[in-house]
Ligand binder design. Structure first.
Ligand code: ATP
Length: 505
């Protein structure tokens, strides 16, 4: 046994978060930690790693009680957490990131760069990676950045690596490649705790599963002994019904809402398409294909150099920043809520109101309509079942998934005509994901909201999208109605290199 968590309890003030939590991780084991948003997974990981030190119970590592050890001391015995936003420095090279803080010096006491790069090359090679240690980390793909985070942990002699949602926003190929890498490290003797909301990958990769529900742990489920439906029921406490947008809705011809005509700019080459009123248009493409670029450009986050856009018959002035897009009723929800989503120090209510202070909530003489503000925040708080004591709770105290629900509430409050969702269910649990999809389905049908939906989770994409746009090399290559497509079809179309626009229509 490598790690033993024994009868751990934790409360924040009067809020009880963990009650009698137990789990055991063996050597060379991949252990899953799953549960709904706010179930207490991150709190437990913070206790194991020593970030939270006021808890009841015992943490035993290699047969020693480590309750009294600090974060650094726990790292020194071999416990290393790789959070969702790991502390790699994008402007540094791969080598600098690996050796961060342990700079080798030459005989004159100068940093020995030759040695740094030689060492880094060897380290990467030992872990089966072949990227150049001189590359800036910002130029690495997302999956290679995540692998580098693990390498850093292993370089620091980690015996147990805790990965918090490592596959979010990765394509299925990138996931496979990350899994192979983790599996290879496990075979070398490293143990992993993996937090994830993707049950299929949990069942594929992990040896043992611990479910956290309502603060209690249900542990010891073994690979092969539990199926996805049973696991899903254990996590939520009831069966989860998957939302399926009706095929009738998917095939309905819709009145044009957004018309994009010959748009070019950074990473975009002469893109034209229409988005119907009440339509959900799925957007597919590898990073750099133009898929994310057009979504961000329509929201004022990327520059458009040429082209025309109309929205519900109005001339749409090319947005130079997000504010001009929002004023024209196009709103973008970013996959990166830390950078572009919420303000941690403000309350749920203040975050939700942020986009409508100068419009829907404005009264005369610069006053804010407080009653309306509370009503509006409460509406989304309830519809999206945000797990917090009230709308006055600070967003920084919420679990990751619940923060994401606040980001979506903020966007919907502004009553957009076009909503652009970029990996909107990142970090969202299996039940909340269905609630979000149901809300989108409802708003498109009842309010005529038009949606551009970008995600690497093709099963999710196909359940909600009426039509799909495929991008490559900055161009729109295929525009296809979702008439019963499968995830395999989507991958096949995306991977065909020489398709000309419309060939498959
Ligand atoms: N510093 C804090 N102060 C008050 N409450 C907190 C604090 N940190 C966490 N919580 C609460 O503890 C509960 C568990 O949060 P935690 O982040 O552990 O959940 P999680 O299972 O990791 O969720 P997710 O899947 O959304 O990441 C939540 O209700 C959260 O609001």
């Amino acid at each position: 046994m490598l790690l033993k968590v024994s009868n751990v309890n934790k409360s924040f003030g009067s809020k009880i978060v963990l009650t009698d939590n137990n789990l055991e991780v063996g050597k060379s084991e991949i252990h899953a930690l799953v549960g709904m948003n706010g179930a207490g997974k991150t709190t437990l990981v913070r206790i194991i790693s020593g970030v939270i030190d006021d808890y009841e119970g015992d943490i035993i590592f290699e047969d020693k009680n480590i309750n009294k050890l600090s974060v650094i001391e726990r790292q020194n015995v071999g416990i290393y957490v790789v959070p969702q936003h790991a502390a790699i420095i994008p402007e540094f090279t791969v080598a600098e990131n690996i050796i961060l803080g342990t700079w080798p010096k030459d005989t004159l006491g100068m940093v020995d760069w030759k040695k740094i790069y030689e060492n880094a090359e060897k380290v990467l090679h030992d872990y089966g990676l072949d990227f150049d240690p001189r590359m800036k980390v910002r130029d690495l793909s997302l999956v290679n950045q995540r692998k580098l985070n693990v390498v850093r942990a292993l370089f620091s002699k980690a015996k147990l690596v805790i990965l918090d949602e490592p596959t979010t926003a990765l394509s299925s190929e990138e996931r496979d490649s990350l899994f192979k890498f983790i599996e290879a490290q496990r075979q070398q003797g490293t143990s992993f705790i993996l937090i994830s909301h993707y049950l299929e990958e949990i069942l594929r990769l992990c040896d043992t599963i611990t479910v956290n529900r309502d603060g209690r742990s249900y542990t010891g489920y073994k690979k092969g002994e539990i199926d996805e439906a049973t696991l899903s029921k254990l996590i939520v406490g009831e069966s989860v019904k998957l939302l399926e947008r009706s095929s009738e809705e998917k095939l309905k011809t819709k009145k044009v809402s957004l018309e994009v005509n010959g748009v070019s700019g950074k990473g975009m080459d002469n893109i034209s398409f229409t988005l119907g009123r009440g339509e959900v248009l799925g957007v597919v493409g590898f990073p750099g294909s133009g898929a994310r670029e057009i979504c961000r450009a329509l929201s004022g986050l990327n520059t458009i150099s040429k082209g025309q856009i109309t929205l519900n018959g109005r001339e749409f002035s090319i947005p130079k920043d997000p504010k001009t897009a929002v004023n024209q009723k196009i709103i973008y929800v970013s996959f990166d809520r830390h950078k572009e989503g919420v303000v941690q120090l403000l309350s749920i209510k203040e975050n939700i109101s942020m986009s409508i202070l100068t419009s829907r909530l404005k009264k005369m003489f610069g006053f804010i309509n407080k009653t309306k503000e509370i009503e509006n925040a409460n509406e989304y708080f309830k519809t999206l079942a945000v797990r917090a004591s009230s709308i006055n709770e600070s967003v920084g105290n919420l679990s990751g998934g619940n923060q994401q629900k606040v980001v979506i509430s903020k966007a919907l409050s502004a009553l957009p005509e076009v909503l652009i969702l970029d990996e909107p269910t990142v970090g969202i649990d299996i039940k909340s994901r269905e609630e979000i999809l149901a809300l989108i389905d409802h708003l498109t049908k009842e309010r005529g909201l038009s949606v551009l939906y970008l995600t690497n989770d093709f099963n999710e994409l196909l359940r909600i999208s009426d039509r799909l746009l495929f991008f490559e090399d900055g161009k729109l290559i295929v525009d296809k109605v979702n008439d019963g497509l499968t995830a395999e079809d989507v991958m096949q179309i995306r991977d065909l290199k020489d398709l000309k626009e419309g060939v498959l229509n």
